[in-house]
Ligand binder design. Structure first.
Ligand code: UD1
Ligand code: UDP
Length: 350
């Protein structure tokens, strides 16, 4: 069988690594990198660290408005699909690269395999929500990470093949967590001591593109006295500069460039708490049993909210502080499968 995998953004490289490994045991896979993310530490570093084969096609689309970015991808992906004639097209998650890949394939009647299908925030102001809904409704194989995702698709009357295989990000964590612990020197290089710091990530458009929300989040950080480390997404760095916001009043804060996956896993596993608006990071906090505070108004990962393993606080200054200082005692469950999602996906397709 011949698979074409469409990738473009940081979390997709991480999700694809275990699935590609599984596909390539018996089948042919070509990788198309749209170039949505292009900085070395937003892209190349993941291919190197996770041993993902180099892309067969690099489209180098780069950053632009939603319509333009998605349109340019669509045109180029279609050309590749017409030339390569794959049996299946694989897309991951909910980025503009996901939507472009799914649309291009569906219009050519090539079966679309959506990995991480069925997630919903029920907030259509999020670009990701639009991408997910559209992708799910043109996909033939919908591989869900949770039972909630399966229910969401059934509620939308999706009738194609829907299977809960568990979460491929769990596969990635289990495969790499020990390696990260042994190999990464990120704590030493930033003078961080295990379980004495909080890890921060912020990059969602709903937070970064609204000066009021971003200011409110930074205000909370000013009042959190613990050591804090923040690998900053380029979007956020640009917006902080654009709005003229100042990080100097935040005590004990170390801002660093985005890090590779192994460094990130090490930072996550050794943090006391994780404050984030990332989808992937919320789950990794759960897999690694680190209490999480999510600075969003909704989460697709509702299972993580049980027993306060994850607390949803929006961008509200007081709520962020309150959740961060709260002494929680979560109970963790098997909501995300058994770290064999990649294997199940390849088996099910065949
Ligand atoms: C995208 C996804 C989001 C996902 C995130 C993962 C969409 C609509 N959004 O958001 O769902 O959670 O990736 O990180 O697809 N930039 C750089 N260098 C890079 C990449 C981006 O400087 O390598 C800057 C550019 O200024 C760019 C901005 O970041 O305009 C945003 O990048 P973009 O890919 O449009 O969206 P993300 O916020 O990364
Ligand atoms: N990540 C990383 N380095 C960083 C920040 C995040 O490797 O500096 C990883 C993180 O561990 C997770 C994924 O990137 O696996 C999450 O991606 P992101 O937060 O960009 O997007 P989202 O999951 O919200 O779509």
């Amino acid at each position: 069988m011949k698979f074409i995998t469409i990738l473009g953004a940081r979390p997709q490289f991480i999700k694809a690594a275990p699935v590609s490994r599984e596909i390539r045991k018996k089948h042919t896979e070509l990788i198309v990198h749209t170039g949505q993310h292009y900085d070395k530490n937003m892209s190349d570093i993941f291919f190197e660290e996770l041993n993902i084969p180099k892309p067969d096609y690099s489209l180098e689309i780069g950053s632009s408005s939603h319509g333009k970015q998605t349109g340019l991808m669509l045109e180029k992906i279609e050309e590749i699909l017409l030339t390569e004639k794959p049996d299946y097209v694989l897309v991951y998650g909910d980025t503009n690269s996901t939507l472009a890949g799914a649309l291009a394939a569906a219009k050519l009647h090539i079966p679309v395999v959506h990995i991480e299908a069925g997630l919903r925030s029920f907030n259509k102001h999020m670009p990701e929500e639009v991408n997910r809904i559209m992708t799910d409704h043109v996909s033939k194989y919908l591989f869900c990470p949770t039972e909630t995702a399966v229910k969401n698709l059934k509620n939308e009357n999706v009738t194609e093949l829907i299977i809960n295989v568990g979460d491929v990000m769990y596969d990635a964590v289990e495969y790499n967590r020990q390696l990260a612990e042994n190999k990464s020197g990120i704590l030493e290089s930033n003078k961080l001591v295990s379980k004495t710091y909080h890890l921060i990530t912020v990059h969602r458009a709903e937070n970064t593109d609204d000066p009021k929300r971003l200011t409110s989040i930074l205000k909370a950080f000013e009042q959190i006295v613990e050591e804090k480390v923040w690998p900053m997404h380029p979007r956020t760095r640009n917006k902080i500069k654009e709005y003229g916001l100042n990080l100097d009043s935040i005590p004990k804060l170390t801002v660093i460039d985005p890090v590779g996956y192994l460094d990130m896993l090490k930072l996550e596993a050794n943090a006391t708490k994780i404050l984030t608006d990332s989808g992937g990071v919320q789950k990794e906090a759960y897999f690694l049993r680190v209490p999480c505070v999510t600075m969003r108004d909704q989460t697709e990962w509702v299972e993580t909210l049980e027993y306060e393993a994850n607390i949803l606080v929006g961008a509200n200054t007081e709520q962020i502080i309150e959740a961060t200082v709260k002494n929680v005692k979560p109970i963790y469950k098997d909501h995300f499968g058994r770290a064999d999602a990649s294997k199940k996906i390849v088996e099910e397709i065949l």
